[in-house]
Design a protein around this ligand. Structure first.
Ligand code: SF4
Ligand code: SF4
Length: 53
């Protein structure tokens, strides 16, 4: 399961990258739900390295 760390700047880019729509953006941060299949696309995409396995 992917986790988000404090580096997230809420750019929302990863939300559109996820093939299973597992990422939701809220005002306070992003949330990754149980639909995540661990493909790693969001980790590779995030420009600030805010996502990790
Ligand atoms: S791509 Fe990275 S910085 Fe942008 S919303 Fe996702 S986790 Fe945050
Ligand atoms: S690892 Fe893949 S499935 Fe999981 S949240 Fe990131 S892009 Fe979506």
């Amino acid at each position: 399961m992917v986790k988000v760390n404090e580096k997230c700047m809420l750019c929302a880019g990863c939300v559109g990258i996820c093939p299973v729509d597992a990422i939701t953006l809220y005002e306070t941060g992003i949330y990754i739900d149980e639909k995540c299949i661990g493909c790693g696309a969001c980790i590779r995409f995030c420009p600030v390295g805010a996502l990790e396995e």
